[in-house]
Design a protein. Sequence first.
Length: 296
Amino acid sequence: MASLKEVRNRIVSVQSTQQITKAMKMVAAAKLRRAQDNILRMRPYAQRLNSILTNLTAQVGDDVVSEYAEQREVSRVLVIAITSDRGLAGAFNSNVFKGVNALVQERYAAQAAAGNVAYMAIGKKSHDYFSRRGAVVGNYTHVFGKLSFDTVREAAEQAMDGFRAGQYDEVVMVYNEFRNVATQIIRTEQLLPLVPAEPNPTAVQTSNVDYIFEPSKEEIVQTLIPQSLKVQLYKAVLESNASEHGARMTAMEKATENAGELLKSLKLTYNRTRQAAITTEILEIVGGAEALAASR
């Protein structure tokens, strides 16, 4: 059985850890509110931009062919893995790693065997993980330090330039989609080449709208497509950012609860140990007194 001093030291240590996890939960909650507001504002814009692009593409038909829609035989692949810069967020980062590994095994096993799968790591944890396992292009570990559209645009442009130059035949994103504080879902989305929009029978049909193109339909579509791709990646980063804070808040709350349960157990052990020590001392005193009385 541990001594009273050892149990007391463990209690102090667990109490300190509990204070840290409480503070981290509060910080994550404050950051989550801002991140959640950002993604809730971003989703309608991204959806509306994609809707406009879909409608315009339907209007112009085959008159405008984008270099970002070129379908090629998939020989080289770029996987954009979006994680966090820090840990202590439960399975947040490891789920992305599992998603990427499952994607490569299921869809790009031949390309991986040939060494033709590259990784773009957004987030320090992603960079640390994939730099030990394959080719990492770009260093975007600074994105979450000051998250903005400009910081993400650089990564999007690198992926787009690589696709146009023929360095990659497909570009895929893997990230955590934010649902709520306790729920994050791994999403795998193809960024390039552009995937034709599937017809939605419940959606309002706007393809027959008589658009007036100014300056020209070619220029409008060619401008909207790169912008839409950048917004799509930015939206994925915002989703991941909100998911990170939600996952860390949940993890720290659970850690605080576990620390509380451990404290109860340690205090019970401490009281039992103390009671045993007091009982032993009493027995020793009584035994000594009886020995003295017998010697007289």
